[in-house]
Design a protein around this ligand. Sequence first.
Ligand code: SAM
Ligand code: SF4
Length: 335
Amino acid sequence: MPPSPTSLVDRFGRRVNYVRFSVTDRCDFRCLYCMSEQMTFLSRARVLTLEELATLGRAFVDLGAHKIRITGGEPLVRQNVLWLFRKLGQLREHGLAELVLTTNGSQLERYAADLQAAGVARLNISLDSLNPDRFRRITRVGELDTVLRGIRAAQTAGFQRLKLNAVILKGRNHDEVTDLARFAIDNGLDISYIEEMPLGVIGDHDRAEAYYSSDAIRADLAQTFTLIPSTENTGGPSRYYRIPGSATHIGFISPHSHNFCGDCNRVRVSAEGRLLLCLGHEHSVDLRQVLRAHPGHHERLKQAIIAAMAIKPRGHEFQLGGQSVILRHMSHTGG
Ligand code: SAM
Ligand code: SF4
């Protein structure tokens, strides 16, 4: 389909049709690859209101976005967040094809049915370990059982093809990659393994030492499973594999070992309303300023988003070792 005149296209000809909103930088977990133990969170005034997020959603959809992912921090700890899901769900009448959510699963028992009713199409749920003690160590405060109950609640609510996200760190959970795949297969889930990205100062470990590559994970899995490369084009950075006799997709997100920027179709809005053009750069436009200086002025907002495409970088330059070049934590950016 030829792009409409209002489409978002960057200077490398990449069409941007997917936006992620971090709706809060706060979280009920403190995953050691994502946050430091003592985090200072944004004051309420600096975070976009739910109304501002709904306005942004409408602007992006008007500009041709067909997918919105809600993320964070933990989106489901934001007060009254269901209101936003319902509002964004209504954008399906205006061209939004997919409203999706990334969550740590801790609140799903409570919210799964309402999210389904609001029009959320799919959920990604983070799960790095199936061992309760280890799960607690990685999340610092999380309860594995609560998340497992959340996964079951989402299935009961009717969500299809739930996807697990597992960040794999050497010496922490790399020996669980096969167990996690087995769990996904047995429960009819998809799973993506993620290489850790150098976002924010975390204090816990040296990211270079904890690096465990997607190739190493794939080699581990190949000892138990036959992995067939999937031809499905997901329009995203994951490379997918199938296992014969199972519906499970196994994905790899490999920012270090397989740069995924060439086909990038996405942008992010941080919790405080910065439109981030690339996960690995600080290039951004302050949409909160536009929203608050010109309330109700949709054209102005849309023009700011269109203009931002001119500064979308070609790609990230994550490097192993050394300092985090990006000071934003993933929770702030919206993974
Ligand atoms: N709280 C929700 C969750 O954990 O799913 C949503 C936000 S979280 C920032 C989104 C995803 O980013 C999670 O799957 C998490 O494991 C991943 N993540 C966080 N920090 C990361 C990092 N430094 N490198 C790679 N992935 C990271
Ligand atoms: Fe919270 Fe998700 Fe970050 Fe873990 S990865 S601390 S659950 S935002």
